[in-house]
Write a protein that binds this ligand. Structure first.
Ligand code: C2E
Ligand code: CA
Ligand code: CA
Length: 733
């Protein structure tokens, strides 16, 4: 509401317009006497200016004036928005009706005749001032009214917007939402999500009492429940299973809230679909109890199952069997063929294990390549042995992975309840002990736990701990086993074989500690030492005089793939000052598992150094004969298991015959390992095998002993006298 300051101050300001000063003087006198404030203008132009500036409450306007006359002045006042509301009373000497009409036509509200009658003038002035005042009040009230209307309209619009916003939220909410009237207990609203959850239309819900809606029969809203909610305003009711009109129950989380509407109390129930969360929880529970790779139960679940099985067996007087196994060569496969192949192999093993079991048995993966089978409710130990045999046979079958045929063996340790332990932990420990005994026994077999094995296991444990610092403590040494040309009995070379002088255990077999070194990743470092020592020793023998001999060094797969074997070999030769043709590298068959270009390339790089390569333990494993053609080999070593049976098994003799003729065909030399008898040697001689190695001539001996032998040979001694080498210490130095 805007106030005009001049009106507010007096409400009685009058602009008097007349060109006649006498007239003006008279009028001013009268009006001022009656308390009016008077301003004057002597002509139309001046009047327009002053009116616009002063904003008088009334204008008394003479008609006849020089310049623009009264009518024109009035007309212009009415055109100007600033002045158009000011009432104009004409002062006229004219008695002509036409003039009076023209006065109203120009926008005047009244007229007074000159000369004026004072009373008439005052009456008219007062009347029009009052009228103007009333008009202004009306306008002000109108404005206020309009403002109120505008404000209401704004509130209404905001309400509509808010309602539609909340409607939209309600309609599109993922939660199912029900609104209940507290008094009638009827549903007053239900959103589409709620209807969807129940498999109904919202209209089928609205107006019904909650307990009458199928799926909610058991969920009445009691007066006390409402009272609780009224107090708390917000309550979490936990998880329910909502039964829709059809289909499986839906897991929901229910939240109640209370609020007051204009004339009713409302309970709002939110039903949140938590099936995804439940699935995630189940998945996490599953992962906590299963091995992610194979899906087999993990250690935690195995312990649970074993616990249950032990309790049953105790009650029913039955047995529980625990089979522990790991895979031979698994590390080599992982290293040489990559983890994806290792992973696939583990999955394949898991599925074969499952195939060996009854419903009530459990196969679990403990990690790495370690698996356990728990056999519940056994009648006798023989049942477990039969499972072990089944498992051995299943794992022995080649695995076809990534287009390759992989052969892995396994060794199994078995323990039983009752007898070997009272709980899961003790049984697993006993089976583990038995497994290592099985390994020591030679691979691919099983062993049943016995108390005696414990000390062996203890020993294994000690060794496994001590192997770490063995190199630094200088506990390793090399022994050398001669290799002899069969045709003329010339000593052509020696194989360097690693020995560990353990401070308390004595001399430990490499068959036992090489796997430990491999497991701990120490073989690369120790292998480098072996290479350096062997090369140095060989160079030293060469320096002592003719004839020069070859030195053979065993390489393990990790050295081949993990260390920079080519640089290591090169460096060992350089430091020792040994010509490369005198160094032979023995590669085990597990190396050749990987037929990839990497293997071939490394072999070629080694050959490029000038060293020779031989394939160790030939025939034992799975090395296919095609390797012989693909790889740049110089020699193969016929495994001692063949030599052992050579003279007693005709089938073995046949195999050896084939190997030798194939080798000749490919231009490869052959060394027969483990020759212990004259018969074996004669047989090999007839088969034209070029060299042999074995106890018949000598076992591996320390460097000094071999030095004595070399001196003996150089001084004209014969090999025949040298066959007593193990007792060399009795020979003259
Ligand atoms: P290998 O390479 O097959 O070595 C031959 C093994 O047969 C040696 O056992 C040797 O003492 C044994 N032997 C030799 N002649 C006869 C015989 O007439 N009869 C019998 N029964 N055995 C005989 P050793 O020294 O215990 O070595 C066992 C294995 O340990 C070796 O088998 C080799 O695979 C591994 N090894 C030894 N030294 C090293 C090494 O420096 N590096 C690597 N990576 N492995 C090694
Ligand atoms: Ca060897
Ligand atoms: Ca061998």
């Amino acid at each position: 509401m805007q106030h005009n300051p001049v009106i507010a101050a007096s409400g009685r300001t009058i602009l008097l317009v007349d060109d006649n000063p006498v007239n003006l003087g008279v009028a001013v006198d009268h009006l001022e006497q009656h308390g009016f404030e008077i301003a004057v203008a002597l002509g139309g132009e001046e009047a327009l200016e002053r009116a616009s500036f002063l904003q008088p409450d009334l204008i008394l306007l003479d008609v006849m004036m020089p310049g623009i006359d009264g009518f024109e002045t009035c007309w212009r006042l009415k055109q100007n928005p600033e002045t158009q509301a000011i009432p104009v009373i004409f002062m006229t000497a004219l008695a002509d009706v036409a003039d009076k009409v023209q006065a109203f036509g120009a926008g005047g509200v009244d007229y007074v005749s000159k000369p004026f009658q004072v009373e008439e003038l005052l009456a008219r002035v007062n009347t029009h001032l009052a009228l103007r005042c009333a008009q202004q009040q009306l306008a002000t009230r109108n404005q206020a009214l309009q403002a109120e209307i505008d404000a209401r309209r704004a509130v209404e619009q905001a309400l509509v917007a808010s309602e539609s916003r909340y409607r939209r939220l309600f309609e599109t909410a993922n939660d199912g939402i029900l609104l209940l009237d507290c008094r009638s207990r009827a549903i007053t609203d239900a959103n589409p999500a709620m209807a969807r959850m129940l498999g109904r239309l919202p209209d089928e819900l609205i107006g019904r009492r909650l307990a009458d809606v199928p799926g909610f029969e058991r969920i009445g809203v009691s007066p006390t429940a409402v009272e609780d909610l009224r107090k708390a305003r917000f309550l979490h009711y936990g998880d329910w299973a909502l039964q829709p009109a059809s289909g499986a129950p839906i897991d929901v989380e229910v939240i109640g809230s209370f609020y007051q509407d204009v004339n009713s109390d409302i309970v709002q129930l939110n039903f949140r679909d938590i099936r995804e969360r439940k699935e995630a929880e189940a998945r996490i529970r599953y992962l906590a109890h299963h091995d992610a790779l194979t899906g087999l139960p993990n250690r935690t679940m195995l312990a649970d199952r074993l616990g249950v099985a032990i309790a049953h067996a105790r009650r029913d007087g039955e047995m529980v069997g625990v089979l522990m196994l790991d895979l031979d060569h698994f590390k080599t496969i992982n290293d040489s063929l990559g983890h994806h192949v290792g992973d696939e192999l583990l999955e394949a093993v898991a599925s074969r294990l499952r195939g060996c079991l009854r419903e009530s048995d459990t196969a679990a993966r403990l990690g790495g390549d370690e698996f356990v089978i728990a056999l519940s409710s056994l009648a006798e130990a023989g049942d477990a042995e039969r499972v072990a045999e089944k498992v051995l046979a299943a794992i022995a079958e080649p695995f076809l992975i990534d287009g390759r045929s992989l052969h892995v063996g396994t060794s199994i340790g078995i323990s039983f309840f009752p007898g070997d332990g009272e709980d899961a932990g003790a049984l697993l420990q006993a089976a583990d002990t038995a497994m290592y005994a099985a390994k020591e026994n030679g691979r691919a077999g099983y062993k049943i736990f016995s108390k005696e094995l414990s000390s062996a296991a203890q020993r294994w444990h000690t060794l496994s701990n001590d192997v770490h610092g063995a190199l630094a403590r200088g506990e390793f040494a090399l022994h050398y086993q001669p290799q002899i040309a069969i045709e003329d009995g010339v000593l052509t070379g020696v194989e360097a074989l690693l020995r560990w002088h353990h401070p308390t255990e004595g001399l430990v077999s490499p068959a036992l500690f090489i796997p430990l070194l491999e497991e701990r990743g120490l073989i690369v470092e120790v292998g480098r030492w072996v290479l350096e020592t062997a090369c140095r020793q060989c160079a030293a023998w060469h320096a002592e005089g003719r004839p020069p001999l070859r030195i053979a060094v065993n390489l393990s797969a990790q050295q081949f793939y993990r260390g920079d074997i080519v640089a290591t070999v090169n460096e060992a030769l350089r430091v020792a000052g040994l010509a490369p043709q005198w160094l032979e590298l023995e590669l085990t068959e597990s190396l050749t598992l990987d037929e990839t270009d990497t293997t071939l390339r490394i072999m070629q790089d080694l050959k490029a150094l000038g060293v020779t390569l031989s394939l160790d333990d030939f025939g034992t494993g799975w090395s296919s004969l095609s390797y012989l053609r693909r790889f740049p080999l110089d020699r193969i070593k016929i495994d001692r298991s063949f030599v052992r049976d050579l003279t007693t098994h005709s089938s073995t003799a046949a195999i050896v015959h084939s190997i030798l003729s194939l080798a000749r065909n490919l231009g490869l030399d052959c060394v027969a390992e483990g020759v212990e008898t004259r018969e074996q040697l004669s047989h090999l001689q007839r088969e034209l095998c070029s060299e042999f190695q074995g106890f018949l001539f000598s076992e591996a001996v320390p460097a000094e002993d071999l030095s004595k032998l070399l001196r003996l040979l150089r001084s004209g001694g014969s090999l025949a006298t040298a066959t007593i080498l193990p007792k060399l210490e009795r020979l003259p130095a």
